[in-house]
Design a protein around this ligand. Structure first.
Ligand code: PHE
Length: 454
């Protein structure tokens, strides 16, 4: 008997998968990565990475989860008793990410509120690190808990765990069906406003202008693959877990294409919105666009507040909408990350969902408090660096090598996916996963190790 929970509808599953994929990485990572790696010319390696690694891996993870119907550890254990560790490795990565991802969402919540009245004043950088995060001078010190971070953090955990307590269909699916359409609509408001600002054209020009001289550089291709892996939430146990809740018959291949293109569509939209706004800011300051481009924390919590302060009219509201978008994009990703260990605990220890959420979610919530202290940002950077350099790439590499070469499972998986789809996985699928992806990931792994030895 199979009493695994199931998604209510196919659209519900796709919404949840897209919800996981669309996250902070789409809004603050992609625009900067694309710009630094050739602007318009970056789209070539990016598209190549989607077709040769993103979609093939998504199909692989959907097929694994669907065929073996388990959380990542159970799926890999059913694939072969000796590979259960790979599932736990991926779950562990997700666990660590969830502890700090939650904190960034908490900041975005605060900033949605600060936006009214532009509480960050004239110097958003000083406000973020000093007044808000109360960051200690040197890394390593914990300091005390910062209440203004801690309070929204509690709210983030209440929402995320509240959704997860309600289950797959009534919780995760229902939340994504509200959050994702809301995110798209609100983000469109931001983009429409941004592209009609003075200077937007220069911003877009800087973003799309192709710099073909970079195209032959390996680092540009590595950046494209890195962005795709992170952005599609591949190698984190997430897509395996989510697809284990699919009904017996479903078109896995098609689901993967839809998820990947929806994610990239949003990424492109974010690039347009962010660069239009940066163009506006550059014009206000009388400098070139290249001087105001950043990504990550600096973009979202320093540059955007500056832009918001200079927005003509409705500034408070529009700024707030931007941060609400970050919150929505982040929450749907956070929920998917937590679900990997909720499912893992349930499958392994045969406990109820509620217990798994309470224990797994509870422990990560407690750990996340470390990042809400005065030393929090340093710990966050360290955790993020470690995960990006070693966690993700190694997990993805192990996954493809084990499936394609050690266990030689490609054929069986291909038959499984093909039996339910009109889009047959031809030889390209096997070549991408058996040759191209391991090669690129192996290269990235070696590069990371070399760079860290330096
Ligand atoms: N895919 C998400 C993004 O683009 C990030 C993410 C990473 C989500 C890891 C879940 C797990 O931001």
């Amino acid at each position: 008997m199979d009493n695994r929970p199931q998604w209510g509808t196919r659209a519900g599953f796709i919404m949840a998968a897209v919800g996981s994929a669309v996250g902070l990485g789409n809004i603050w990572r992609f625009p900067a990565v694309a710009y630094e790696n050739g602007g318009g010319a970056f789209f070539l390696p990016y598209l190549f990475a989607i077709l040769t690694a993103g979609i093939p891996l998504l199909v692989l993870e959907f097929t694994l989860g669907h065929k073996y119907r388990g959380s990542a550890p159970l799926t890999f254990a059913r694939l072969n008793k000796k590979t259960e560790w790979l599932g736990w490795w991926q779950v562990a990565i997700s666990f660590v990410i969830s502890t700090y991802y939650a904190v960034i969402i908490a900041w975005a919540m605060s900033f949605a509120y600060f936006s009214f009245g532009e509480k960050w004043g004239k110097d958003p950088g000083a406000f973020l690190f000093g007044d808000y995060l109360k960051l200690v001078e040197a890394p390593g010190q914990v300091g005390s808990i910062v209440p203004s971070v801690f309070i929204p953090l509690v709210l983030v955990w209440v929402i995320a765990l509240g959704v997860l307590f309600k289950g797959v269909k009534k919780g995760i699916e229902a939340a994504n069906k509200i959050f994702i359409p809301a995110l798209v609509i609100l983000f469109l408001v931001i983009v429409v406003r941004a592209v009609t600002l003075d200077g937007a054209a220069q911003g877009l020009d800087a973003f799309f202008k192709p710099n073909w001289s970079l195209i032959a550089e390996p680092k540009v291709w590595v950046a494209a693959y890195g962005q795709i892996f992170f952005s599609l939430s591949i190698g984190f146990a997430i897509m395996v877990t989510y697809s284990s809740y699919l009904p017996k018959k479903t078109d896995l291949t098609n689901n993967a294409f839809i998820t990947a293109f929806a994610n990239s569509g949003f990424e492109l939209l974010a690039g347009i919105g962010v660069f239009a706004a940066l163009g506006f800011m550059a014009q206000q300051q009388g400098v070139g666009v290249s001087e105001v481009v950043t990504g990550g924390v600096g973009l979202a919590f320093v540059v955007f507040p500056q832009i918001i302060s200079e927005f003509p009219a409705f500034n408070g509201l529009l700024g707030s909408i931007f941060f609400i978008c970050l919150v929505l994009a982040g929450l749907t990703s956070l929920i998917s990350i937590i679900e990997t260990y909720v499912a893992g605990i349930q499958d392994k220890f045969k406990v109820s969902r509620n217990k798994a959420v309470a224990i797994g979610g509870g422990i990560s919530a407690v750990i996340s408090i470390l990042f809400a202290t005065q030393g929090g940002l340093y710990f966050l950077d360290a955790a993020d660096y470690f995960i990006n350099q070693f966690g993700i790439v190694v997990a993805g590499f192990a996954e493809v090598v084990i499936v394609a070469w050690v266990l030689r499972e490609m054929k069986v998986l291909q038959q499984h996916a093909d039996s339910m789809s009109d889009m047959l996985l031809g030889a390209w699928w096997k070549i991408c996963l058996g040759v191209i992806t391991p090669f690129v990931l192996g290269y990235m792994m070696i590069q990371n190790f070399i760079n860290n030895l330096k």
